[in-house]
Write a protein that binds this ligand. Structure first.
Ligand code: GLN
Length: 310
């Protein structure tokens, strides 16, 4: 693995150019008006390493809607808060279904397949809403602490849009509550979940925020213990098997990094003992993963020899 990133900046710039010349493939998330309005032309990439280096190109400092990338942070907060009890309420298996599928939930009696599909993230939102007195603020503070940046904010426009188009997520939450797997009131669970999805951050902020997962749970910049080494391992394992939804198998097969996508067009990929890659480009493939972002992570992983399976 290449540890020296001195000329990575140049590599990232060149990489972005190859992607910019590709025909626009994919589709912008249009399930809420606030996301449909985002320009499809944004493209950004950032690499942060555990030894403190940052290289970025394009729109890497422009904030975008982190959407499902927030599921990673919610999971860590819930693991820290309720420990092993969490795994009585959510499984750790790939779903093989789209991220917002409801179909498995009834067969499996309201236990979500994993914490990074919507059903699982709603369950996590319930854990946070039930175990923190000011859970939305606690989440925002966690994101600000991890990124080291107090300017990280909740995009209220996106939040309102999510709330008024949230029927499918509400349906999943009610179904889980009917099986006794949700403690809080459903509006509180949805408000928590949509707040998390509505956080706006840049590639650079996200890459820095996740360095602890590449460093056995310790934030390499502050030396703060964010989670135990065992939980960092568990999160990376879940991201490897489920983080790219029903494209996770192909992603592992061809790229080989724990990763998480969001419908805002962001992708984060963890490179254990090395660092974090974050990309942003809003056009999505049929799985809800950024087309260009997937290409960028693939090229970097190959060029730098980053796959965890080598
Ligand atoms: N807010 C989106 C939803 O709940 C998040 C999904 C995603 O980013 N994959 O449907």
């Amino acid at each position: 693995m290449i540890k020296d990133i001195s000329n990575l900046q140049v590599k990232l710039q060149a990489l972005l150019q190859t992607q910019q010349t590709l025909d626009n493939q994919g589709k912008i998330a249009d399930y809420i008006p606030a996301l449909a309005k985002v320009s499809a032309n944004h493209i950004g990439v950032c690499v942060a390493t555990i030894d403190g280096k940052i290289a970025g190109a394009g729109d890497h400092q422009v904030a975008f809607s982190i959407q499902s990338i927030s599921k990673v942070f919610g999971l860590v907060m819930a693991m820290n808060r309720i420990g092993e009890d969490l795994w009585q309420r959510v499984n750790m298996e790939p779903s093989g279904q789209p991220f917002n599928s409801i179909i498995q939930l009834e067969w499996e009696k309201g236990i979500p397949r994993n914490p990074v599909i919507n059903a699982g993230a709603l369950l996590i939102a319930d854990v946070l809403a039930s175990h923190f007195s000011a859970s939305k603020l606690a989440f925002l503070s966690f994101m600000r602490k991890l990124s080291g940046d107090e300017s990280v904010y909740i995009d209220n426009n996106v939040y309102q849009s999510e709330l008024s188009h949230g029927n499918r997520n509400a349906a999943m939450a009610y179904l889980m509550k009917s099986f006794g797997n949700i403690e809080a009131e459903i509006p509180d669970v949805l408000s928590q979940y949509f707040t998390q999805c509505s956080i706006a951050m840049s590639c650079e902020q996200l890459a820095k925020s996740l360095l602890f997962l590449a460093n056995k749970g310790i934030d390499p910049r502050t030396k703060n213990v964010i989670c135990s080494p065992k939980d960092a391992h568990r999160v990376n394992a879940i991201l490897s098997t489920s983080g790219m939804y029903d494209q996770s198998g192909e992603f592992a097969f061809s790229i080989g990094l724990p990763a998480k996508s969001g419908v805002g067009g962001g992708i984060v990929a963890i490179v254990p003992n090395y660092g974090v890659i974050c990309t942003w480009s809003p056009l999505l493939n049929k799985f809800g993963n950024s087309v260009v972002g997937t290409n960028l992570v693939a090229s970097l992983a190959e060029k730098l020899g980053l796959s965890i399976y080598h």
